[in-house]
Design a protein around this ligand. Sequence first.
Ligand SMILES: Cc1cc2nc3c(=O)[nH]c(=O)nc-3n(C[C@H](O)[C@H](O)[C@H](O)COP(=O)(O)OP(=O)(O)OC[C@H]3O[C@@H](n4cnc5c(N)ncnc54)[C@H](O)[C@@H]3O)c2cc1C
Length: 332
Amino acid sequence: MDRTDVIIIGGGPVGLFGATMARLHGLSTTVIEALPELGGQLYALYPEKPIYDVAGFYGITGKDLALRLIEQAEHFGPDFVVGQSVQSIAPLGDDEDGWQVTTNSATYQSRVVLITVGIGAFVPRKLPAQGAERYEDRGVYYLMPPLDHFHGRRVLVVGGGDTALDWTLAIAPRSRHLTLIHRRSQFRGQEESIRLIQESPTISVKTPYELVRIEGDEQVQRVIVKEVTSGSEEVWEMDDVVGGLGFLPSLGPVKTWGLHLSGNTITVDPGSMATNLPGIYAVGDVAQYPGKVKLIATGFGEVGIVIAQIRNYIDPSKHGLPHSTNLKTIPR
Ligand SMILES: Cc1cc2nc3c(=O)[nH]c(=O)nc-3n(C[C@H](O)[C@H](O)[C@H](O)COP(=O)(O)OP(=O)(O)OC[C@H]3O[C@@H](n4cnc5c(N)ncnc54)[C@H](O)[C@@H]3O)c2cc1C
């Protein structure tokens, strides 16, 4: 079996930039991503939301940043495996230095493993309403479908935190009408989002309201909601219901790999991004050390540190990282 230098587990922004840097510095690289699409949280959770704190861009959307990172990485030619979730990692035999990485459908080998699984699998909190399961993907959504889907439709968003507020602001300009309900009177999200929603003439905000039941034939047609204070129920005609109750952190199988964990994160040495296992490194949201800030910019910085370390681990004669402008050969 071919053994690559580096297997990167997770094709989010940090894994993608990791692939670019690894290839740029001459390491053969395979990226394994559980979802069918690369891009991580940018693509799956907030594709239409503008990001203002990534260097070099003013207000680039999650989707556009993901596409740029994919384009940059593809240019340098790593192997991409999508739709496979890594289940286990195990050391190769004594005379073969490296790791065996097993997904739900295949096995791969590498000298080094770089873990960039972020917040793990995206497990949405499901709507605790009758009919929610029956109509999932038939009018009930937890991950963002293409926004054009909502064009001209009546949409209910449920929730009081940032997920619900972000979805409300993204969907409202497309929808015929959008109603946001929350079971408490106060929202918990960013003040700016709350202000924009309250000032919008096209968004109805109803609190404290709870979703009781979803009804329809093949697709969602109406919802039954309850005004929490009085307990009285109302029937609203609706085409789509969006569950914006947030996501449960779920590292899943990563927790069984023998790594030192701190909650849903992996403890690393911030000087090297090394974990407690030899040849296993972690960067991005999943990597934890004192002072860590979970930002894309932080993850990109950690990639520089870790690629220098991995290069030195594989070839101890190599130290630091040369400037890309000084590289004599650029892959592809
Ligand atoms: C609504 C929202 C707004 C945000 N806004 C900003 C912002 O303005 N600025 C900013 O800097 N940050 C922002 N963030 C945070 C930013 O998105 C994260 O810091 C960033 O996505 C972390 O990147 P990552 O590559 O480490 O992890 P992720 O983006 O979480 O990607 C990890 C990838 O690993 C995959 N994976 C997980 N487990 C496995 C497995 N076992 N096998 C294979 N693949 C696996 C996942 O499917 C996922 O694609 C925001 C986050 C959210 C939710």
